[in-house]
Design a protein around this ligand. Sequence first.
Ligand code: ATP
Ligand code: MG
Length: 120
Amino acid sequence: MKMVVAYIRHEAFEPIREDLLHLGFPSLSISEVKGSGRQKGITEHYRGASVTNYLRPKIKLECTVSDGDVQTIVDAILKHARTGNVGDGKIFVMPVEQSYRIRTGESGEETLQVHAESDA
Ligand SMILES: Nc1ncnc2c1ncn2[C@@H]1O[C@H](COP(=O)(O)OP(=O)(O)OP(=O)(O)O)[C@@H](O)[C@H]1O
Ligand SMILES: [Mg+2]
């Protein structure tokens, strides 16, 4: 199992969510975060004063899947999040030790996303 964590632009999330849903990956989390990349700050000018914002708002997307599904998730994110401009974001893939569905107490890969025999 792996958790795919992506820092993306807000506009990229909805098309990614739609693709993942249609591909059979409806289960994910997002949070609104602030971060910085290589460019560090962006300086804006307001009434003669220059203000540097070191943090930019991003969406943090987390989606945990079987190892064999990682590339599908990464490809969907790349497809919609890449504009070619700086600040498009980053994707990290992290190992996940275990998963539990709290309602049933089940564990393992079957709990991650939709499976044919499930009631989803
Ligand atoms: N190494 C990192 N660790 C944690 N978060 C990161 C890391 N790199 C980027 N991020 C997150 O991703 C967001 C977008 O990063 P960004 O796309 O600007 O990366 P970059 O390396 O500067 O690439 P680019 O040159 O394309 O802008 C950051 O604001 C931050 O939230
Ligand atoms: Mg950057």
